[in-house]
Design a protein around this ligand. Structure first.
Ligand SMILES: NC(=O)c1ccc[n+]([C@@H]2O[C@H](COP(=O)([O-])OP(=O)(O)OC[C@H]3O[C@@H](n4cnc5c(N)ncnc54)[C@H](OP(=O)(O)O)[C@@H]3O)[C@@H](O)[C@H]2O)c1
Length: 326
């Protein structure tokens, strides 16, 4: 039987929390021959034990660099994004940079973009759980959410009529031992080690359930999309089960104080520490549950997440403890 042709996969933003896990997963795939990564920081694939990855420094704001990256690829995967950043910086990189990548996607056979649960927006009248049939409306006051919704629309417009097969993945909060951003936002993680004891080990808990997905499970869904498993389209990604901030407190050996949802912004992470604007927006958004149904990814992509939400939380906390993050 003739063997499957080996794919060349180009990835923007391969050095981030999802990207690192994705590169490791691509490296293990027999039908992937080359992986071309591009982000701004220096990165040595060999140091990470990656045999198929070639890395170049480049910025998605540089249209020529994006076009060159895509020109060599069968499949283009767009992960480059600013998740927690200021309004102006995120607008420029996320909206302008992503539009460059969407335009370049016309040259490849398959395009994979990681949107987010935030694209749906945090609306009390959204069905629970959300399926992919619900329109991604975004929440105007939460700029990450508004940008994710705007970009899904822009992508549809850009690739209308193109031959490119397009997959849009919508993960919930990503965690795991190599994705500690969630842990780094806790007040204890944001003060120098010796001062940490001064911050009480308490989290305000509005009791709103949320989901986590392990970085390796996001990576396996990305690999399925790269292979063209199932129909092109949008896919929710979340681990089984839900947790609340009380579960997070318990996993850390801390206490949780029940706080009514409307007050969570005020009590947010307890402290008088200034919240980064983007984080404050996440905390405010967390007053409304946004739980996703993942049946479509399981059915079409044959996605089988290996970690549920609680197990992902525990692994993340253990890694954060080991690395002295909290
Ligand atoms: N983490 C989550 O909880 C989560 C959940 C749902 C969806 N997502 C989505 O998944 C995608 C990847 O997220 P992530 O968690 O891996 O983010 P991350 O850890 O912050 O990584 C972002 C990546 O983008 C690169 N990047 C940023 N600005 C760039 C630019 N101007 N040009 C080229 N590369 C740039 C970064 O590298 P340099 O800084 O070196 O350039 C890095 O490789 C994003 O679209 C995000 O919205 C994430």
């Amino acid at each position: 039987m003739p063997s499957e042709p080996k794919l060349t996969v180009a990835v923007t933003g391969p050095t981030g929390e999802i990207g690192r896990a994705f590169l490791r997963a691509l490296d293990r795939r027999r039908n992937v021959g080359r992986v071309l990564g591009m982000a701004r920081r220096p990165f040595d694939p060999r140091e990470q034990g990656l045999r198929k990855t070639e890395y170049r420094q480049g910025d998605v704001l540089d249209r020529g660099a994006v076009e060159e990256l895509a020109a060599e690829a069968d499949v283009l995967v767009h992960l480059a994004f600013i998740v927690l950043g200021g309004h102006a910086e995120t607008r420029r990189i996320n909206l302008e940079g992503s539009r460059h990548v969407f335009a370049a996607a016309r040259q490849v056979s398959r395009f994979v973009y990681t949107s987010s649960v935030a694209a749906y927006g945090f609306h009390a009248d959204n069905p629970q759980p959300l399926t992919e049939d619900v329109a991604p409306r975004g929440t105007e006051a939460f700029y990450y959410s508004a940008q994710k919704a705007e970009l899904e629309q822009a992508l549809e417009e850009e690739l209308a009529g193109a031959a490119t097969e397009t997959y849009v993945l919508r993960p919930c909060i990503v965690a795991g031992p190599d994705a500690l951003v969630l842990m780094r936002q806790l007040p204890q993680a944001r003060v120098p080690g010796p001062l940490r004891k001064a911050v009480p080990p308490v989290l305000p808990d509005p009791g709103i359930p949320f989901q986590l997905v392990h970085h390796d499970d996001v990576a396996s869904a990305l690999v399925a999309a790269v292979r063209g498993a199932g129909e092109p389209g949008a896919y929710n990604l979340a681990g089984d089960g839900t947790i609340t901030l009380a579960d997070l407190a318990r996993a850390l050996g801390w206490h949780a104080i029940a706080v009514p949802a409307p007050l969570v912004g005020l009590a947010a992470f307890g402290a008088k520490l200034p919240l980064m604007p983007s984080l404050a927006q996440w905390v405010n958004a967390a007053r409304v549950p946004v739980l996703m149904d993942t049946a479509k990814a399981r059915r079409q992509l044959r996605w089988r997440p290996r970690h549920d939400t609680l197990a992902t939380l525990r692994e993340t906390v253990a890694a954060a403890r080991e690395r002295g993050v909290v």
